[in-house]
Structures are given as C-alpha cells and as structure tokens.
Write a protein that binds this ligand. Sequence first.
Ligand code: SF4
Ligand code: SF4
Length: 188
Amino acid sequence: MDQFFSSLLKKSIIPLENPPKWAKLFPYAFMLFLILISAVFLIPIFCAYICPLRIIYDPPAVTTTFQWITALIFVTGGLIFLVIGPLLTKKRLFCSFICPLMPANTLIGVINPFKVKINIDLCKKCGLCVKSCELFAITKESLAKGKTIIECAECGKCMDKCPAGAIDYKLMFTDQNIRFFYSAGNYL
Ligand code: SF4
Ligand code: SF4
C-alpha cells in the first residue's frame, strides 16, 4: 500500500533522504520482539494484532475502551506510515521502518547471487538514485563505495533514473552484467 501512495506524486513535498540509524534498525528489533512474544504466548501476534491487512479481511471487534485506544493508535499509525507519509515523502515508510518482514527480505537479498552495483567511474554524482530509492537503500556513503545497502530490494528503480547508466545488476563477487536475466524474465 505504501508503494502505491509513494508513487502518486511526481515530486516529494517533504524530502527525506537520511533517516536516523535507529529508525532503520527498528524492524529488526521489532521482528525479534514478535518472535519472542509469539513463542511465549503461542499466538501469531503480528497476524492477530498488528498486520494492517487484517482491517480489510478480518476487522477486529471494537467494544471496550482498551480496544478503542488500540484501534485509534493502529489507524493513526496506518495513516502516517502507509498513506500520508509515503504520499508526501515518496518513500515506503511502512516497509522501511515498521514491517517486521523486511529483515526476512533482507536475508534473501544477502544470499541472492544477483547484486545491484554502481560503477563509480560512470557516476555523475547527481544524487538521483539516492532520491529515487523508496527504501533508503542507496545512501551518499554507499554510493561512494559503488554499493547499495543490504535492505536493497533490487527493484531497479534507481537504474531507470540514473542518467549515466552507472547502475546495473551484477553477478555476486564479479563484474559480470546479468541484466539480461531480469529482462528475459519479462518475456517468460
Ligand atoms: S534497486 Fe530499488 S531498492 Fe535497490 S537501491 Fe535501487 S531503487 Fe533502491
Ligand atoms: S543516478 Fe547515476 S549518475 Fe546519479 S548519482 Fe546515482 S549512480 Fe551516479
């Protein structure tokens, strides 16, 4: 949902490029907390109480004061991180700072042999890739090293924006360009 709202406007109204480190670490701590608490109470806490999709497929009953307060926090958080925030910043705030599934995606990205790499010899230092990444996965520091950070979802949006053709898919540990694999996938 945050992807949809982050793509609605052409330009961000609130530029947000360098989130604090603790905000980027929150999903990892949140995932650990959910695993521990779910194991203790033997309840899938995320699916039962936190997943925003539940409001669509199984809206929880709201009758007691506690349930009203919880629902208010839930709806406000959803509006900020899934709708208004992504609309104004053009960033996927829920996926970047809340979703406890993000660390699992990151782990898959780490073992994926296909990597997004930046050729710093071609780079014009325009910063468009940093601005266009909805997941904050290219920073000024990582750009200087020709890399994305581990949360990169390999979506390729930065490649489409790069005016120098400096960003590409490469085979892990090599300089072998493997963009054709991704392109071929479009015709399968
Ligand atoms: S491939 Fe996608 S997620 Fe990765 S740095 Fe580029 S825009 Fe960001
Ligand atoms: S968009 Fe391309 S040219 Fe611009 S800073 Fe990023 S890698 Fe360099």
